[in-house]
Design a protein around this ligand. Structure first.
Ligand SMILES: Cc1cc2nc3c(=O)[nH]c(=O)nc-3n(C[C@H](O)[C@H](O)[C@H](O)COP(=O)(O)OP(=O)(O)OC[C@H]3O[C@@H](n4cnc5c(N)ncnc54)[C@H](O)[C@@H]3O)c2cc1C
Length: 394
């Protein structure tokens, strides 16, 4: 990052922080939030305010290009200071990762039709990859992909079911991953679809532990969806490669946002520990409490350094496959420990909805599963260790 980039990024991050703390935080108790996330009415209202404050989609520049990952980290951590911040500023998942992918792979026509409405904050998007476990579909193992696309006449025809699709309910743009060839070797293709579409039917919105994402997480059926060739994203049969293009930065941007949320939880828990008294002194003066907050500080700093390191690797042009696995595992686990300690430090208050600490805990618990469960990242790192050992032994 050059000195100019760094100064610009610091200024954007400062504006975002002021906006999130002063404008977004007061909305945290707004009743337009339920088990399946904040309503679109609330999201639109927050986005109008972000637009007016000049902090809507702050990580995408006016020419459509994306800030460097290192710079993005500065900004996204600030949007994460409230669980509503990423929705207000349009840095939330899955849109952030989808914008990044479309910016890298889509044609100019596709960008105008599918990317521009997302960047403007007027449309939400969904990424349709995972499939129901009961269908033996793709989950941790993407090669189990069952949704298929076959070319018929002048269009691709897609059939299948998807599960856990964040934001599908209410989204206007969908990126659908479907199998396009292979029995021994599975190849997949990504398709762009305008939503809602009569051939893509919502089965149900899942009741999950987390509740910060608009539209929740859906199970859906794709029934003879016809997609013209101009809506193929990139090249046919390159879907898994593009998924990697999206996944490494997308999982890192989750780390950035949840880092901001964990910082906020730490602030709230610190406020509690410095004012609440037990056994004749403030809680923070009991070593058992003070040490928990100190351990949080250490976990937060280590997580920040992992994020910055992985961002630098991505900015160098590397796919950062292993680095993003390491960062995702380390950061998700560290932030979960931070959130858990914040709950504990706050006693009964920690498990109530009087503060956002309880929700931060729930949200970060889910993060240890999506964008690759911890064990899957460790497993793929172990395979790499074995490969490298074998090549050294030759
Ligand atoms: C809140 C949330 C939002 C999501 N949003 C989206 C979305 O928008 N779009 C989308 O396509 N998907 C989404 N997903 C799906 C997510 O990507 C999957 O849940 C994830 O890939 C794991 O797949 P699975 O749930 O089928 O778990 P499974 O594949 O059934 O795995 C279950 C567990 O087995 C273990 N495991 C699996 N493989 C290995 C291994 N090789 N070694 C050791 N342990 C292993 C892991 O502990 C794993 O947690 C979301 C999930 C959640 C929870």
């Amino acid at each position: 990052m050059t000195a100019i980039e760094s100064a610009d990024a610091a200024a954007i991050a400062e504006r975002v922080e002021q906006f999130v703390r002063n404008v977004v935080v007061p909305y945290e108790k707004d009743a337009r939030q339920g088990m399946h996330g904040p309503s679109d009415e609330l999201v639109d209202e927050l986005r109008d305010k972000a637009r007016a404050a000049g902090v809507l989609t702050p990580h995408i520049l006016t020419d459509g290009s994306h800030l460097s990952q290192r710079t993005t980290a500065l900004v996204l951590k600030k949007t994460g200071l409230s669980l509503l911040g990423p929705l207000a500023c349009n840095t939330m998942a899955p849109d952030e990762g989808n914008m990044y992918l479309l910016g890298r792979i889509a044609t100019e026509e596709q960008k105008a039709r599918f990317l521009a409405p997302i960047v403007s904050g007027r449309a939400r998007s969904a990424f349709l990859m995972t499939e129901p476990a009961e269908d033996d579909g793709a989950g941790s193992d993407p090669s189990m992909l069952k949704t298929s696309a076959r070319f018929e006449g002048d269009a691709w025809v897609i059939n299948g079911r998807k599960a856990f699709i964040t934001g599908f309910n209410g989204a206007r743009v969908g990126i659908v991953m479907a199998r396009t060839s292979g029995t021994d070797v599975v190849s997949a293709t990504m398709f762009l679809v305008e939503l809602p579409h009569p051939a893509v039917k919502l089965e149900r919105v899942l009741d999950t532990i987390d509740s910060s994402m608009p539209g929740g997480h859906s199970v859906l059926t794709i029934d003879n969806l016809r997609v013209p060739v101009e809506q193929v994203l990139g090249e046919v049969n390159e879907g898994f490669r593009y998924a990697q293009v999206r996944l490494a930065p997308a999982r890192l941007s989750h780390c950035m946002r949840w880092h901001g949320a964990a910082i906020r939880a730490q602030e709230i828990a610190t406020g509690y520990a410095c004012t609440r008294r037990a056994f004749g002194k403030h809680l923070i003066d009991h070593e058992g409490v003070g040490f928990q907050l100190a351990e949080n500080l250490i976990d937060l700093k280590q997580a920040e350094l992992m994020i910055d390191w992985c961002a630098d690797v991505l900015d160098s042009g590397s796919a950062a496959t292993s680095e993003s696995s390491m960062a995702k595992v380390a950061v998700a686990d560290a932030l979960f420990r931070v959130a858990d300690r914040c709950v504990q430090v706050m006693g009964g208050m920690g498990v109530t909805r009087d503060t956002i600490v309880e929700q931060v805990f729930r949200e970060i618990r889910s993060f240890r599963i999506y964008d690759g469960p911890t064990e899957v990242h460790k497993w793929s790192l172990a395979k790499k260790i074995k490969r490298e050992h074998a090549s050294r032994a030759k």
